[in-house]
Design a protein around this ligand. Structure first.
Ligand SMILES: Cc1cc2nc3c(=O)[nH]c(=O)nc-3n(C[C@H](O)[C@H](O)[C@H](O)COP(=O)(O)O)c2cc1C
Length: 198
């Protein structure tokens, strides 16, 4: 199974080899690796250096893991059963500059999770982000204050055997990865006009 990105232009190996598996080993993640993931997120850039990210971390079989798992939707629960680490990425909606809603908090948290994902890759780990969960249930279970929002759940662990997945998910696991071409996403002159850089 080759999930390596078939890039048009060369990029670094961590980005080429990152992808989002659903088959994970039961093997726990070493604490020294986990702290490096959070450290990478911590040093991410953010609007006004607000650092709106917060993470709730559960390690199977602790109570935090159980609570996060219980908030996953029906599509995500089956393949998360063996995932050793589940995180919730939360963001502070409120800007300390003016007390209003920050226009950047989701962008900032997403960027921190991107850094965490690349650090995971460098540690031999894989990450699978999920929007399929109940933010309301997470708020209730973890008593998340009103200024904060649960934005994604993140599975972290070592890659497992696709044969352990139900058939439909196994097919997706083996599928080649695809992306829009650069001609559709990089513009110059006006929006929609492919840049001459490409
Ligand atoms: C914000 C976000 C939400 C996602 N939600 C889910 C989800 O609920 N369930 C799931 O199986 N994958 C989810 N994914 C994974 C994407 O489907 C996956 O990243 C995308 O298909 C690209 O595949 P790749 O990460 O392997 O390159 C999500 C990814 C992101 C970034």
């Amino acid at each position: 199974m080759d999930k390596t990105a078939k890039t048009t232009y060369p990029i670094n190996d961590l980005a080429t080899n990152r992808w989002s598996p659903r088959a994970f080993l039961k093997k726990p993640v070493e604490q020294e690796k986990l702290v490096s993931l959070f450290e990478a997120a911590r040093w991410s850039a953010s609007g006004g250096n607000e650092q709106p990210w917060r993470f709730i971390a559960g390690q199977k079989p602790d109570d935090t893991w159980d609570k996060i798992y219980s908030a996953l939707n029906e599509g995500n629960q089956p393949w998360n059963q063996d995932v050793p680490v589940l995180l919730v990425a939360c963001g502070n909606r409120i800007s300390s500059w003016d007390g209003g809603v920050s226009p950047f908090f989701q962008y900032d948290v997403g960027q921190a999770v991107a850094h965490l994902s690349i650090e995971a890759q460098s540690q031999g780990l894989f990450v699978h982000q999920m929007g399929g969960f109940s933010p309301g249930k997470i708020r209730e279970l973890f008593e998340i204050p009103g200024d904060f929002e649960a934005l994604t759940v993140i599975a972290v662990g070592y890659r497992g055997d696709p044969d352990t997945l139900p058939e439909n998910l196994k097919q997706r696991e083996l599928q080649e990865r695809s992306r829009k071409p650069l001609t559709e996403i990089v513009f110059s002159g006006k929006f929609g006009k492919t840049s001459e850089i490409i």
